[in-house]
Design a binder for this molecule. Structure first.
Ligand code: 8YV
Length: 336
């Protein structure tokens, strides 16, 4: 059997009580304050000071707290020899090398469920805004154009539209439930058909896109879903079709998306996520057919507080018992 001596990346049960906590990337200020005050957490420098910092502190770190925005890549993971858990604020963890974590017995947690409602609300809000052009209409009024140019151009009806959902997990399902209230017909594509689902399963994204008015992206990010919505799918959606993305920018071929929107070969898009956040493609800024949000899907006071509480619960559980509350991967803690 492996021991802590023969397997340096496995955390001995007694060590986790003494765990050193490292914050990686920007965190919600109240979370960072709690981690600093209650756990004496250290903050990983992002720039030049990193190597010196790691030389001094890497040995003491048993838990990292980070967000989906930053994560822990293979280089950082390898530099932390006693790391036992990577605790994410957020449901997405595509910036962390989960396969390597699993291989090294390092646990990974996220904050599922508590943000489902808000992200689903955002998707529906974006969908309505994009089809009805409310943000563009607001700009029209503010620019004083109503009295000068007359009525705002007609837009697209939302109720009764055909919606295709890419990724029928927790968030995708919550979006579908909400859209049922608008009389939308729902079909979906998922890695696997969801047993017992009332919605129509379609076995490819291209086929799904070809049969709907609006494609809503709710699939997790990461290697397995990179450009899952590719150029062919966007072309299949067509000049009367809309794309809504509340998942990750990487799930969509952003270059193709920008090109098709600019050439009016897609009717519009509502985007809360981008491949190079916080940067957004310049070409989209001039298009009134597009609604752009700065990744605010879960960004309400209530939901962020619930995410913060669940993040701390995962950390506490790991530091006191060596397990995670909402694990993606449970840590392999070895008792000495
Ligand atoms: C988070 C998100 O707020 O949970 C996720 O995966 O995308 C957001 O809702 C964000 O990742 C936190 O930085």
């Amino acid at each position: 059997m492996a021991t802590a001596e023969t397997s340096p990346n496995s955390i001995a049960a007694q060590d986790v009580h003494l765990g050193g906590v490292l914050m990686v990337g920007p965190l919600k200020p109240s979370l960072a304050a709690t981690l600093t005050e209650r756990y004496n957490a250290l903050d990983l420098p992002m720039g030049d000071g990193r190597s010196n910092f790691l030389r001094e502190h890497a040995e003491s770190v048993t838990a990292v707290v980070t967000s989906g925005r930053t994560g822990v890549d293979a280089t950082l993971m390898t530099a932390l020899p006693r790391l036992g858990a990577i605790v994410h604020f957020g449901v997405g963890y595509d910036t962390t090398d989960v396969a390597l974590a699993e291989e090294r017995g390092i646990g990974v947690s996220n904050t599922p469920d508590v943000l489902t409602d808000c992200v689903a609300d955002t998707a529906v809000g974006l969908l309505i805004d994009t089809l009805r052009g409310f943000s563009a209409a607001d700009r029209y009024v503010r620019a004083g154009r109503w009295p000068v140019d007359g009525n705002f151009p007609l837009t697209r009806k939302v109720s009764g539209t055909r919606v295709g959902i890419v990724g029928l997990g927790r968030i995708g399902s919550a979006i579908a439930t909400r859209l049922e209230g608008f009389g939308c017909s729902i079909s979906y594509h998922n890695r696997h058909e969801v047993p017992g689902s009332a919605y129509t399963y379609v076995d490819s994204v291209v086929k799904l896109a070809a049969g709907v008015d609006v494609l809503v992206v709710a699939a997790a990010g990461g290697r397995g879903t990179e450009k899952l919505v590719d150029r062919a799918a966007l072309e299949a959606l067509g000049p009367d079709g809309y794309l809504i993305n509340v998942a990750r920018g990487t799930v969509v071929d952003e270059e193709a998306l920008v090109e098709l929107l600019t050439e009016r070969r897609l009717a519009g898009a509502g985007l809360d996520v981008f491949t190079d956040e916080p940067h957004t493609p310049e070409a989209l800024l001039a298009l009134d057919t597009v609604v752009l949000l700065p990744h605010v899907g879960s960004g309400t006071v209530e939901t962020r507080a619930a995410m913060e509480a669940l993040t701390l619960r995962n950390l506490d559980d790991f530091l006191t018992s060596g397990t995670l509350t909402t694990p993606v991967v449970q840590p392999k803690v070895l008792a000495r």
